[in-house]
Design a protein around this ligand. Sequence first.
Ligand SMILES: CC(C)(COP(=O)(O)OP(=O)(O)OC[C@H]1O[C@@H](n2cnc3c(N)ncnc32)[C@H](O)[C@@H]1OP(=O)(O)O)[C@@H](O)C(=O)NCCC(=O)NCCS
Length: 167
Amino acid sequence: MSDREFSVRPARLADVPAIHALLRAQAAAGNLLPRTQENLVRHVRDFIVAERDGTLAGVGALEIMGPDLGEVRSLAVAPAFHRQGIGEQLTRALIAQAGVVGLKRLMALTYVPEFFARLGFEVVSKDDLPEKVWQVCVKCYKFNRCDEIAVMLRLDAPAGAKASAGG
Ligand SMILES: CC(C)(COP(=O)(O)OP(=O)(O)OC[C@H]1O[C@@H](n2cnc3c(N)ncnc32)[C@H](O)[C@@H]1OP(=O)(O)O)[C@@H](O)C(=O)NCCC(=O)NCCS
């Protein structure tokens, strides 16, 4: 197996402690919102993981926010595995899942819009995200002082418009 090989698969309940540890470290660094193990157990079916040689290298989740809107949540790659294409592969897998269930829009709140731009996401106003704001943001400790950037990928755009999200 080469240095860059890893596999992406649906998360299992047995992954929850490792997912929790990875997200907790990123939450402590201010990059993500914290999630409890109990919350991760309840939402484990939203998650996919990337692993190499049995080590959890990255995670990401697709959460359905409304009849046509999904969110990429809790996307994190362990620092030792950064810039090896794992985050991109996880996000492409979540985009594919969003297409399979019939979502028309996929959003994320992020400090790294450049990462999402490569995959066809565009920066949008948070005012365009009412479902997100009312369901989740009102419960968030950052509400009213949120400095994350909203990005959106239209999954129903003409083929040419989302060519960069293919692959
Ligand atoms: C953002 C994150 C998931 C990227 O994961 P990764 O596996 O390192 O990213 P990839 O290797 O797939 O990057 C693909 C491309 O995205 C861009 N990119 C990746 N990380 C970037 C960063 N921090 N800043 C700007 N661009 C970035 C680069 O163009 C990169 O290609 P390159 O390495 O050839 O230059 C990872 O840095 C991370 O876990 N960050 C902390 C948590 C976080 O911010 N999550 C996003 C919340 S929505």
